[in-house]
Design a protein around this ligand. Structure first.
Ligand code: COA
Length: 175
């Protein structure tokens, strides 16, 4: 099946409706109702990859955020993978692996050395992801102070660069 990609800013009304329909069908925990009214959870992604069935139905999707992480020594561009989903009728056919392969090719071509996501390791290990525990995100404390806290993440290495061993900071929301 053909994989298509689009910049989120180029999504038209019809595709917006299809995306919200697929996301609302796949994401059903409390809070996910947000997908009924908008096609992103926390912030709009830069790009999307998707697959249609023979009959034209949108059946698989992933979003990509263009982000930077920082260590004490360096800034590193990353691709933030989000809203990975496959329509229930089409699961178990490897569509996640196919979509991520296409995203990884695009990131490599654009010299982005890592894809990062927050998800179930059982789903992503076969696509080349490994767990990391040194990624830190900003959180507001009860007193309103901003604190850095570690959050388990998964990383896929897309070049010969190694994921840093020191603390890695990601500004802004997770994805
Ligand atoms: C998670 C989801 C995208 C997987 O779709 P899928 O069509 O089964 O994915 P694939 O066929 O490409 O499978 C990819 C891997 O995920 C594994 N997998 C799929 N669903 C799984 C589940 N619920 N629990 C554990 N592993 C799962 C598969 O076994 C496969 O692993 P393998 O390559 O080592 O054999 C789909 O179930 C979905 O849309 N769920 C709701 C949305 C969601 O929760 N998305 C985020 C997931 S972190």
């Amino acid at each position: 099946m053909k994989i298509q990609s689009i910049k989120d800013t180029e999504v038209d009304e019809k595709l917006d409706l299809e995306l919200r329909h697929l996301l609302s069908t796949c994401f059903i925990k409390a809070g996910d109702e947000i997908f009924k009214i908008r096609r992103f959870y926390k912030e709009p992604p830069a790009h999307r990859w998707y697959i249609r069935a023979e009959d034209g139905r949108l059946i698989a999707h992933t979003a990509l955020h263009e982000k930077m992480v920082e260590t004490a020594q360096q800034k590193i561009p990353i691709g933030g993978i989000a809203e990975v989903c496959v329509h229930p009728e089409f699961r178990g056919h490897g569509f996640v692996r196919s979509l991520l392969k296409a995203v990884h090719n695009w990131l490599s071509m654009n010299h982005v050395p890592f894809a990062v996501l927050f998800g179930n390791p059982k789903v992503y290990t076969s696509s080349g992801y490994f767990s990391v525990s040194n990624l830190h995100l900003q959180k507001k404390s009860e007193d309103g102070d901003l604190l850095w806290e570690p959050k388990l993440a998964m990383v896929c290495r897309l070049s010969d660069k190694n994921w840093p061993e020191e603390v890695v900071y990601l500004q802004g929301p997770d994805f």
